[in-house]
Design a protein around this ligand. Structure first.
Ligand SMILES: O=C(O)CCC(=O)C(=O)O
Length: 298
C-alpha cells in the first residue's frame, strides 16, 4: 500500500495540487479514520437490511448507486464531510456542490468489472475541469478486491470515442468502453485502506477489475462540481451546495435529506433521474433500455 499523502485536515498543498493537474488523479488521502469508515459501512448495511424489501418505488440498488445524496442522509453526510471538502476545495475552489453520490459496491467473489472509460463522456457537462470525483473506500480497495486503475496524464485527452457494450457484467450503464488502445501497463492501481480516498478528473482513463476477495468492496464515488460547471445536453441539471455560495445558478439546488426515502425526496429523485438519463442516453436508439436490473445505473 502507498503511504497516505501529507495534507493538513485534508487541505492540499501546492505540490499536491500540481500533481493532480499533471496526473489527473491523486491518492491516497486519509479523509477519515478507519473507525469512521467502519461506522459508515455499518450504517449502510443497516439501510440495506431495512430497505431492501421495504416497498420502495425502485430497487434499493438504484437509489444506492445513483444520486443517493438526494434520498439517503448517509450519502449526504459522507459527501459533506469537512475533510473531503477541504481536499476538494484545492481542486475546484471554495464553492462546492455535490452533483452525484454513488455507492460502488462489488460483492465478495463476484465478476463485475468497470470497463476503461472517461466519466465525462455521458454527463452532458462537456470537457470541463470544474468537476472532480472523490472515491472514498469504506472497505479495502485492493488489486484483489477490484480497485480502480488510472492512467496518469490521460485527462489531457479530449473525450475519446467510447463503444457501448451493454455487457451485464459491466457496472456502467451503457457498458461504455474506450474505443482506443489503453496501455494497461501504464496504469496505476489505486489501492486504498478504509477511510482513504482518491481524487480523479472526469477525463482520466480508468476502470476496475472483479472482486476476487472474500470481503465486499465498498466505495463511495462523490462527484463534485463548482458553480461554473454547466449542463449542455439535458434541459436542466441539479446539485446540492455543500460549501460556499452558488453565484451562477446553473444548477437547481437540492435540499439535504432529513430522513431516508421521504416522499418529496423520492419525487425529486425521479425528476433528477429523468433529466440525467436524457443526458446519459443522448445518441442511443430510442427504446434502448438503460436500466437492466442488477447492477446498472446512471
Ligand atoms: O468503483 C469502481 O470500480 C469504478 C468507479 C468509477 O468508475 C468512478 O468512480 O468513476
Amino acid at each position: 500500500m502507498t503511504p497516505a499523502l501529507e495534507t493538513s485536515k485534508g487541505y492540499l498543498g501546492s505540490a499536491l495540487k500540481q500533481q493532480y493537474q499533471d496526473d489527473g488523479f491523486l491518492f491516497p488521502i486519509q479523509a477519515v479514520s478507519s473507525e469512521q469508515a467502519a461506522a459508515w459501512q455499518a450504517e449502510l448495511e443497516d439501510v440495506e437490511a431495512k430497505w431492501l424489501n421495504n416497498g420502495l418505488p425502485k430497487p434499493l440498488n438504484q437509489y444506492r448507486r445513483s444520486a443517493s445524496h438526494i434520498v439517503m442522509p448517509l450519502a449526504a453526510e459522507i459527501a459533506s464531510h469537512p475533510a473531503i471538502l477541504n481536499s476538494m476545495s484545492g481542486i475546484l475552489g471554495d464553492d462546492l456542490m455535490i452533483w452525484s453520490c454513488e455507492f460502488f459496491i462489488k460483492e465478495a467473489n463476484t465478476t463485475h468489472i468497470v470497463s476503461w472509460h472517461q466519466d465525462l463522456t455521458y454527463w452532458g457537462l462537456g470537457e470541463t475541469s470544474d468537476q472532480c470525483t472523490a472515491w472514498l473506500a469504506l472497505s479495502p480497495a485492493t488489486v484483489a478486491s477490484g480497485c480502480m486503475n488510472f492512467v496518469a496524464g490521460s485527462h489531457k485527452n479530449a473525450i475519446v470515442p467510447h463503444t457501448d457494450t451493454f455487457d451485464e457484467n459491466n457496472l456502467l450503464s451503457r457498458g461504455q468502453e474506450i474505443a482506443v488502445d489503453v496501455d494497461e501497463d501504464e496504469a496505476t492501481a489505486i489501492e486504498l485502506q478504509p477511510g482513504q480516498m482518491s481524487l480523479h478528473h472526469g477525463l482520466t482513463f480508468h476502470g476496475s477489475g472483479p472482486n476476487t476477495s472474500d470481503d465486499r468492496r465498498i466505495g463511495v464515488a462523490i462527484r463534485y462540481v463548482n458553480p461554473n460547471a454547466m449542463q449542455q445536453v439535458a434541459d436542466r441539471d441539479y446539485a446540492m451546495l455543500v460549501r460556499g455560495a452558488d453565484r451562477s445558478g446553473n444548477f437547481i439546488n437540492i435540499a439535504r435529506p432529513a430522513d431516508y426515502f421521504e416522499p418529496h425526496a423520492l419525487k425529486m429523485y425521479d425528476e433528477v433521474r429523468d433529466d440525467k438519463t436524457s443526458a446519459l442516453s443522448a445518441g442511443l436508439d430510442s427504446g434502448t433500455k438503460m436500466y437492466t436490473g442488477s447492477g446498472k445505473t446512471l
